[in-house]
Write a protein that binds this ligand. Structure first.
Ligand code: G6P
Length: 464
């Protein structure tokens, strides 16, 4: 357990909004911890236990806050209990409703954004929130330590931390796309400048693809006159092959495969998608493309099922709640238009279940990954790794993963519903041996930079 009064003098520090563990309070009042997965968690574990590493994150829900109050924690993790209103304004207000929207180009621009007093109040909270991280990092870091700050939630941290501790080596990594300069400049000038200068306080900045790194550089040139000596690198996070292959062969996955097969029907082809119900994931246009496929290629009726897993995300925001409803509405409409007594064209699941996701990955004939814009998209990389018999990948050219997977994927413009319908058709028709061959090559490309290596590369580039 790490407490505020006992600084750990860590040599490697990670800072992110969401940490590797979260707590819930049970009915008996007991706290239970749940460890999360993801690239950072496996990346950090690669440096070993004796590296004096510390992960600083926010206390997110009531359970986390209670854990902080009771002094409960995991070794190597410090949760910051930041005022709930400040956190809500910084996270929901600025990070998810402004910065996420800017980088994913999600605004419906005739009406939004409209940066006024509410935005200014939230921006002040974002600054407070970033300062809390910078101060905690300054307090915990050993002399000359390496600090790896994550994502758009904490864009101001590098600059703030630099002011507090000149001796540190500071890196920042963006897990999102970066907006083109014209779009980025919708932000008020002073805010745009503050964000860029905040990030440029780092020694080194990392991005998932060259495209996002170039967009960032262009913003710097336009807004602050250049990148002022900050180094910029590209690290295309890959899928964790060892973990996925082992995990996807366990009994619970096999069990869900049987259940899914029963639900879909024995001989039917499966078009699979797995996403958070996230505006940028383009789930509704995916459904519309499937509807068009059934409409224009009636030979597929009764012979194919669209398995769509759309797990709730950011439900504090009305626009996400509305989108979630729209996904269900369109899925139901397709089922009522085309469904028959023995065939449900869309199987939509909204309850997060990792084992069931892996089951669908293994069984997919076609995977649909069609985001409007996406930093990387790991689903596109995970499916080929675990696929049983090969899977055709319909992939948006706006996903970061497309830079590495284009050759063996069926590329689509995510806004072109008809072209997406055609790509689904082509995927369903792809001969079995071609599908298997392509999947093998996709899996090789998808695992080129496993999470542990991805993390170590950044650390070495920062400290070397
Ligand atoms: C995705 C993005 C990350 C982001 C995360 C936040 O994984 O790729 O850039 O940090 O979502 O999700 P959350 O549920 O914490 O808002």
């Amino acid at each position: 357990m790490v407490s505020e009064s006992a600084p750990s003098a860590a040599h490697v520090l990670v800072a992110s909004n969401r940490g590797p563990v979260s707590y819930t309070v049970g009915e008996d009042g007991e706290l239970s911890a749940k460890r999360g997965g993801g690239g950072l968690v496996s990346g950090l574990s690669a440096i070993g236990d004796d590296a004096d590493a510390l992960w600083i994150c926010s206390a997110l829900g009531e359970g986390d806050r209670e854990a902080v109050r009771r002094g409960v924690g995991e070794p190597g993790v410090r949760m910051l209990d930041i005022d709930a209103t400040v956190h809500a304004d910084a996270y929901n207000g600025i990070a998810n409703s402004v910065l996420w929207f800017v980088h994913h180009m999600l605004y419906q621009t005739p009406l939004e954004p409209a940066f006024g007093p509410e935005f200014r109040a939230q921006w002040a909270a974002y600054e407070t929130y970033n300062r809390a991280f910078a101060e905690a990092l300054a307090q915990e870091a050993a002399p000359g330590a390496a600090v790896l700050v994550q994502d758009y939630h904490l864009a101001l941290v590098p600059g703030m931390l630099r002011e507090l501790r000149e001796d540190l080596r500071i890196g920042h990594f963006s897990h999102t796309p970066w907006a083109p300069a014209d779009y980025f400049r919708m932000l008020p000038d002073d805010v745009a400048e503050q964000l860029l200068r905040g990030m440029l306080g780092a020694d080194r900045l990392g991005f998932l693809t060259g495209r996002w790194a170039d967009a960032f550089t262009e913003c710097c040139v336009r807004v602050v006159g250049g990148t002022s000596g900050t180094r910029i690198g590209v690290h295309g996070l890959g899928a964790d092959a060892d973990f996925l292959r082992e995990r996807s062969r366990r009994d619970d996955v096999e069990e869900r495969m049987r259940a899914l097969r029963e639900q879909a029907g024995e001989d039917r082809r499966l078009i699979v998608r797995v996403d958070r119900t996230e505006l940028s994931k383009n789930i509704v246009r995916g459904l519309l493309a499937y509807r068009e496929l059934l409409d224009t290629r009636p030979e597929w009726r009764e012979r194919v099922v669209h398995v769509a897993f759309a797990y709730p995300s950011r439900q504090d925001l009305a626009v996400y709640r509305d989108y979630t409803q729209e996904v269900s509405r369109v899925a139901e409409e397709i089922n009522s238009t085309f469904g028959t007594a023995g065939w449900t064209p869309v199987v939509l699941h909204v309850k997060d279940d990792f084992a069931r996701s892996l089951a669908a990955y293994r069984m997919a004939d076609v995977a649909l990954v069609n985001p409007i814009r996406d930093g990387m998209n790991l689903v596109a990389k995970e499916v080929p790794v675990v696929s049983d018999e090969g899977c055709a990948l319909v992939l948006s050219r706006e996903a970061g993963a497309h830079e590495e997977l284009a050759e063996d994927a069926l590329s689509v413009n995510p806004f072109d519903v008809s072209a997406t319908a055609e790509a689904l058709h082509a995927g369903l028709l792809m001969p079995q041996d071609e599908r298997a061959e392509r999947t093998k090559r996709l899996a090789a490309a998808a695992t080129a930079l496993p999470p542990a290596q991805w993390f170590l590369d950044q650390l070495r580039a920062l400290t070397g």
